[in-house]
Design a protein. Structure first.
Length: 111
């Protein structure tokens, strides 16, 4: 009887491991999809500022904070991944770059 219980526990553990593996893969793809969309989502704000020539409705403090959050997250991920430039680091660099670009456009139209 003990052997059957052990086999059942082993099979359950294998199944749970497979479910977790699929979950992690889905999570990775979701992360990439939503963050690629997020990089593109900065463009309407930039276009609105350029089109109107007025950046007064956009907070430089907010965009600067978002730049800092994305840049430091990219650095944190880089360091905690053994100084390896993986897709999570790259996507955070992309988000930081778009926040910096938006802040630059805001400054450009305020000068």
């Amino acid at each position: 009887m003990r052997g059957k219980a052990s086999q059942l526990a082993s099979a359950w553990g294998d199944r749970a491991g497979e479910v977790r593996k699929r979950y992690l893969m889905l999570l990775a793809w979701s992360f990439m999809l939503f963050n690629m969309v997020r990089v593109a989502a900065y463009l309407p704000s930039i276009a609105a500022i350029v089109h109107s020539g007025d950046s007064s409705q956009h907070s430089l403090w907010t965009w600067g904070t978002w730049f800092g959050a994305n840049a430091t997250m990219a650095a944190w991920l880089y360091e905690h991944n053994g100084r390896h430039l993986d897709r999570t680091v790259v996507i955070n660099i992309g988000n930081a770059a778009m926040c910096l670009l938006t802040a630059g456009v805001i400054i450009w139209y305020r000068v």
